[in-house]
Write a protein that binds this ligand. Structure first.
Ligand code: ADP
Ligand code: 3PG
Ligand code: MG
Length: 404
C-alpha cells in the first residue's frame, strides 16, 4: 500500500526558508539534466527555470557564495559532450547574472577563495567523478568541504542515493530542501494525503512491468483508474481480447488479472479502452484502422485509444476532483497516434480538478498538446515521481533535516 505516512515524512523536510544563509557558502544540488540536440541547444529548459527560485532566494538572502552541482546524462568517466559548460549561457541568461565555471572540486575551492562575495559557481558534471554514483564517502566529504549549508533541489534525481544527493548531507551541519523539492512533495501530498475526491489515476505508457509496483501500491488511494497506452493491451488480452501484434507482456497477464480483481475488491473502478487505433507498421504505417478492442484486425498493432474510449475517458475526467496522470495513452510522438493522449490533456485542462502530471514523456506530451500552463502541477521528475508513487521514501529526502 502506498504509505501516505512516507509522503508526510518527506513533507517534514526543513527548507532554506527555515535557516539563515547570510554570509554562508551554500551548495545547491540541482537537476540540470536537460535534453539537448546534437549542437547542444537545450530543447527544454524547464529544470533550469524551476531551480531559479532557490538560487535567487540564496542571492537575495546574502549567501556568501553559491555552488551549483548537477549531473548531465549518464557518462562513464569524463566526456566533453556531457559537460555542463553547455548549459552555462542559458543559466546566465535566466538568472541575469554571470556564473563562473569550475572544472573540478579543487578549482571550485580556489574560485571560492578568490572571488568576491555573492559569486555563483557551476561545478562540472558531478558524474565525471566515479565516486558520485557509488555514493562514495571521500567524494561526499570533498563536496561537503565546499559549503556551510547543503541544499537539495534536485527532485528529478531524488530517487538516487548518490554522493551529491545523499552522502554529502552526512558531512554538513545544515542540510535542507530547496523550494522546488518542497513544492514537488507538497503537490504529491495534495493528491494523496488528504485529497479532494474522487481521485482519478490515469496510467499509460509502454510497459505494465515498469509500473506494476505503482499499480499495486496505489489501489488503496484512488477511486478510479483509467488505463491506456501499450500497458492497456496486456489488460485487454487478460480479459480475452486478441490484441494481435500489439505490445502485450504475456508473462504479466496473470498479474494484470490480479490487479483487476484486487481493484474490484477495493471498490476502485477501472476504465479500459473500448476501441483502439491500430496500424500495420509503426515504422512506416500504410494502413490505420479504428476498431472495437474485440476486433483488432489481424497483424495490426494498437497504438492509440480510439474515439469512443476518448469520450468515455473524458467523462470520467470531468467527474474527478483530483487527477494524477502518468504515461501517454498512445504513441503520441507520431501525429497520427497522438489524438487520445492530446484529447485527455485537453479535458484535464478544462476541469477545475487538482491535476498532477508525473513522468518525462507525459510532461512532454502535455507540452506538445499546448496545455503546460493549464495543469496544476507538472513534476520535474520522471523516475523520481514513479518511485514516489510506488510508495518509497526517496533517498534524497531521507538525509535532510526535518521539522519536529
Ligand atoms: P512516462 O515517461 O511519462 O512515464 P512511459 O515512458 O512509461 O511514460 O511511456 C511513454 C512511451 O510509451 C512513449 O514513447 C509512447 O510512444 C509509448 N506508448 C504509448 N502507448 C503505446 C502503444 N499503444 N504502443 C506502443 N508504445 C506506446
Ligand atoms: C532524470 O532525468 O530522470 C534525472 O535527471 C535522473 O537521471 P538518471 O536516471 O540518469 O539518474
Ligand atoms: Mg518515459
Amino acid at each position: 500500500m502506498l504509505e501516505v505516512a512516507g509522503i508526510e515524512l518527506m513533507q517534514k523536510v526543513k527548507t532554506i526558508r527555515d535557516i539563515d544563509v547570510a554570509g554562508k557558502r551554500v551548495l545547491i544540488r540541482v537537476d540540470f539534466n536537460v535534453p539537448m540536440d546534437r549542437e547542444f541547444n537545450i530543447s527544454d529548459d524547464t529544470r533550469i527555470r524551476e531551480a531559479l527560485p532557490t538560487i535567487n532566494y540564496c542571492i537575495d538572502h546574502q549567501a556568501k557564495n553559491i555552488i551549483l552541482v548537477s549531473h548531465l546524462g549518464r557518462p562513464s568517466g569524463k566526456n566533453a559532450e556531457l559537460s555542463l559548460k553547455h548549459i552555462i549561457k542559458r543559466l546566465e541568461r535566466l538568472l541575469g547574472r554571470s556564473v563562473v565555471f569550475a572544472d573540478d572540486i579543487d578549482s571550485a575551492k580556489s574560485i571560492q577563495a578568490t572571488l568576491k562575495n555573492n559569486a555563483i559557481i557551476l561545478l562540472e558534471n558531478i558524474r565525471f567523478y566515479k565516486g558520485e554514483e557509488q555514493n562514495d564517502d571521500k567524494l561526499s566529504k570533498e563536496l561537503a568541504s565546499l559549503c556551510d549549508v547543503y541544499v537539495n533541489d534536485a527532485f528529478g534525481t531524488s530517487h538516487r542515493a548518490h554522493a551529491s544527493t545523499h552522502g554529502t548531507a552526512k558531512y554538513t551541519q545544515e542540510k535542507v530542501a530547496g523550494l522546488l523539492l518542497k513544492k514537488e512533495i507538497d503537490s504529491f501530498a495534495k493528491a494523496f494525503s488528504n485529497p479532494l475526491k474522487p481521485v482519478l489515476l490515469i496510467i499509460g505508457g509502454s510497459k505494465v512491468s515498469s509500473k506494476l509496483a505503482l499499480l499495486n501500491n496505489i489501489l488503496g488511494l484512488v477511486d478510479k483508474i483509467i488505463i491506456g497506452g501499450a500497458m492497456s493491451n496486456t489488460f485487454l488480452q487478460a480479459l480475452g481480447n486478441d490484441m494481435q501484434k500489439s505490445l502485450v507482456e504475456k508473462d504479466l497477464i496473470t498479474q494484470a488479472k490480479a490487479i483487476l480483481d484486487h481493484a474490484k475488491e477495493k471498490g476502485v473502478k477501472i476504465y479500459l479502452p473500448v476501441d483502439v487505433v491500430s496500424t500495420d507498421s509503426l515504422q512506416s504505417p500504410s494502413e490505420i484502422k479504428i476498431s472495437p478492442v474485440q476486433d483488432v484486425p489481424s497483424n495490426f498493432m494498437a497504438v492509440d485509444v480510439g474515439p469512443a474510449s476518448t469520450k468515455l475517458f473524458n467523462q470520467v475526467i470531468r467527474d474527478s476532483q483530483t487527477i494524477v496522470w502518468n504515461g501517454p495513452l498512445g504513441v503520441y510522438e507520431m501525429t497520427q497516434f497522438s489524438r487520445g493522449t492530446f484529447s485527455v490533456a485537453h479535458s484535464i485542462a478544462d476541469t477545475y480538478a487538482f491535476s498532477l502530471i508525473g513522468g518525462g514523456d507525459t510532461a512532454d506530451a502535455v507540452d506538445k498538446a499546448g496545455e503546460r500552463d493549464n495543469m496544476s502541477f507538472i513534476s520535474t521528475g520522471g523516475g523520481a515521481s514513479l518511485e514516489l508513487l510506488e510508495g518509497k521514501v526517496l533517498p534524497a529526502f531521507e538525509v535532510l533535516d526535518k521539522r519536529n
